[in-house]
Design a protein around this ligand. Structure first.
Ligand code: HEM
Length: 184
């Protein structure tokens, strides 16, 4: 396969967008331990504003051997990794990260779905809200927005920076990136 074609497929996978609504795909992913994945009918119920529902379900069904304890985002990430591993081998999987525009992020500004951008990476802080030592409200204030300056200026510890990785769901698309803020 030519490298241009390879790059094209990587790009296509990377631009597939995943939102919290992907949770609707979870049964289709998990219910496949011993048989082929059940096909989720296209157009299966998602939130009315969901623009990429069909893509998500197709992607969700790629995964084989799902795990009920994993979050939907992890499952989708694994699904992308499975495809990349199959097509190109493991070494290329690091190039594949879901990409979101700042407009996509702005849809997730509630306690039901709370995303933040810190240094051009997108974090889904929804399940962390109640665990946040600084309180739920302060994160919610930044839900759907860029929280880089707030997060860094607060002086979060190294542990807090390390925790971010657990909630990272992708990165901001090239044209919406801001200069990175150094925190050392
Ligand atoms: C997913 C994103 C976030 C993570 C993982 C996170 C994590 C943490 C952690 C682990 C602490 C305990 C102290 C420390 O280790 O530094 C903390 C405290 C705190 N965080 Fe965050 N935080 C996040 C987002 C934010 C945002 C956006 C703000 C907005 C300013 C914020 C404000 C605070 C404040 C004010 C405290 C201090 C609580 C206190 O010491 O009384 N955090 N955070």
């Amino acid at each position: 396969m030519s490298s241009a074609m390879k790059k094209g497929i990587c790009w296509a996978l990377a631009t597939l967008q995943v939102t919290h609504d992907d949770i609707d795909c979870e049964p289709a992913i998990a219910d496949n331990q011993t048989k082929l994945p059940k096909q989720l009918p296209l157009g299966t119920k998602h939130s009315p504003n969901h623009q990429h529902q069909q893509k998500h379900c197709i992607l969700g069904n790629i995964k084989t051997g799902g795990n009920h304890n994993q979050g939907p985002t992890t499952l989708i990430k694994d699904a992308v990794h499975s495809v990349v591993d199959t097509l190109f081998g493991r070494e290329d999987r690091e190039n594949v990260q879901p990409r979101y525009s700042r407009l996509d992020v702005s849809d997730h500004c509630s306690a039901e779905s709370c995303w933040l951008v810190i240094n051009n990476r997108v974090y889904d802080a929804t399940r962390f809200l109640r665990m946040h030592p600084g309180g739920e409200d302060i994160i919610l204030e930044y839900g759907g927005h860029d929280a880089t300056t707030a997060f860094i200026e607060k002086g979060h510890s190294v542990d807090a920076f390390d925790m971010l990785a657990e909630y990272c769901i992708g990165e901001v698309i090239e044209e919406d990136r801001y200069p990175e803020v150094n925190h050392t």
